[in-house]
Ligand binder design. Structure first.
Ligand code: TYD
Length: 241
């Protein structure tokens, strides 16, 4: 299948519309990280957070589902205890509830205070997993994301793309949760879904090859984030005066 993003591997997308991709907050900067299982998102986020702090930014990190009390309860319920045959709609509803809490309690206040927020998964995970993966209509999932987050869109989304075989290999040494056990065909659909979304919104997504060494991926992420921040800073200053 030729779903390879045409111009994004290790190259931040340049687009004038990055300056204002439907922004719904006024000061901080929201970067979301997406990808399949074992794509190395959390390591990359930790390293990026340290780097941005060393550059003088105030940084907040959070993961989905999780971080808030309700979010952690949803994580436990969805990933550990739920029956295998939960309906896709119920699964989506729980992820959406966790997301709404995270946005209201953590993300929006941090953005309003001018912080850089790094999120390990956000709405695109629901579109990829419950939409493309479980078969719910992706556009409906997008509309529900907008409703549950009151329209909070990321300024930049980093997709760490890893072939399904490589993710399975990387995840082999830890116990699989309910979604990880969903099978290769499911995870193939998730990966294709992500790549499709990135192609449809090149102004928001940067797609990186997660099979490259951690350091190379990290430096590509830093490049993309610094570039996007540099584009944003004059706008933020104007708004905050
Ligand atoms: P996690 O242990 O955080 O995995 P990862 O390190 O891969 O992020 O588990 C999150 C799981 O939940 C992962 O399999 C993706 C899935 N998920 C969804 O299916 N829909 C969603 O909206 C979100 C946020 C996560």
């Amino acid at each position: 299948m030729s779903l390879a993003p045409s111009r994004t591997i290790f190259r931040p997308v340049q687009s004038p519309s990055r300056r204002d991709p439907g922004r719904t907050h006024t000061r901080g900067f929201l970067v979301t990280f997406e990808g399949g299982e074992g794509s190395g998102k959390s390591t990359q986020i930790e390293r990026l957070a340290d780097f941005l702090r060393s550059e003088g930014h105030e940084v907040v990190t959070a993961r989905e589902p999780g971080t808030t009390q309700v979010g952690e309860a949803v994580r436990e319920l969805l990933l550990r205890t739920a029956r295998e045959d939960l309906t896709p709609e119920s699964e989506l509803a729980l992820f959406l509830a966790a997301r709404a809490e995270l946005v209201a309690e953590v993300v929006r206040p941090a953005l309003e205070a001018g912080r850089v927020v790094l999120l390990d998964r956000y709405g695109d995970s629901s579109v990829a997993y419950q939409g493309y993966g479980r078969g719910l209509e992706p556009d409906r999932v997008k509309a529900l994301n907008a409703f549950f987050t009151r329209g909070l869109t990321p300024d930049l989304t980093v997709l760490i793309d890893v072939p399904v075989e490589a993710s399975a290999e990387r995840s082999r040494n830890r116990p699989a949760d309910r979604i990880e056990r969903a099978g290769r065909s499911f995870h193939g659909k998730v990966r294709d879904g992500y790549r499709d979304m990135a192609l449809n919104e090149p102004e928001r997504f940067v797609v990186l090859d997660g099979t490259e060494p951690i350091d190379s991926v990290q430096s590509a992420i830093r490049g993309a984030v610094l570039e996007a921040l540099a584009e944003r800073i004059p706008t933020s200053r104007t708004e905050s005066t």
